[in-house]
Design a protein around this ligand. Sequence first.
Ligand code: PXG
Length: 300
Amino acid sequence: MGLVTYVDGRYVPKEEAVVSVFDHGFLYGDGVFEGIRAYHGRVFRLEEHLDRLYESAKTIMLEIPLPRAEMREAILETLRRNGLRDAYIRPVISRGVGDLGLDPRKCSRPTVVIIVDTIQLYPKEAYQRGLRTITATVRKVRPDMLNPRVKSLNYLNNILARIEANQAGVEEAIMLTADGYVCECSADNIFIVRGGEVWTAPPFLGILQGVTRDAVLGLARELGFPTVERVFTLHDIYTADECFLTGTGAEVGPVVEVDGRSIGDGRPGRITTRLLAAFHEMARREGTPMYPAEARGAPA
Ligand code: PXG
């Protein structure tokens, strides 16, 4: 079955899902987006993703033309029309069609797109043997320039980091702040485990506050592992017992190598493996049903 995309209130086949070349999302990266996942017909942490979407839009003074309830319903309807119970969902809201100048006042109406597709995952072996990473030479944009907490259509700095990972033949790139502290990866948050404590960078450092990150922090606490949001350096990673990434795509991805140093014993860590299993369990249990009749707890 061909995939269907929501474009400004219409559901169109993938091939017809197009926006204007005058759209400021295309011309300037002026817009915001989300990456959301559905498991077994339930959308994982939909409300948290909607919070982040509307907060990102608020900061860039972009008024999303759909009230939140309509956006929620449009996301669920796009999923239903595609008949996908396990899916990746990508709402994109741009400033809309304007002229060639950057003035957003020329854009009369934001463009709203919701794409639903199957998800591209790291291969299963990557989870068994662990992921390899490098530190990118390109630094994160400073939060007082363009706060990375805004999930905007400006991903070029992350893409440059990903190109460095590709060139090095590894899966992900770690990005540092302008001051050299560990921030996050090109599309994932980063955690380390030291002495049984689970550490990750605090939001003020200029990370994207990942929905998976927050879910994993909650799981770690439930499992009795102390969690610490703190500033740390590459030295803390190189000498950590374990390291892992979190993201909607990666879930909890064990990292076994950073800049040629093997982490811990060079295999996915014990706490990382427990958190990944707990995450899968939670994703199965929780979530907004794509068919509202499927009450919580009913078989999917
Ligand atoms: N940091 C950045 C910079 C991200 O883009 C995350 C962390 C993790 O956040 P969540 O909420 O997903 O736990 C992201 C995730 C992809 C993809 O293809 C992922 C993201 C953006 C674009 C593509 O996996 N964002």
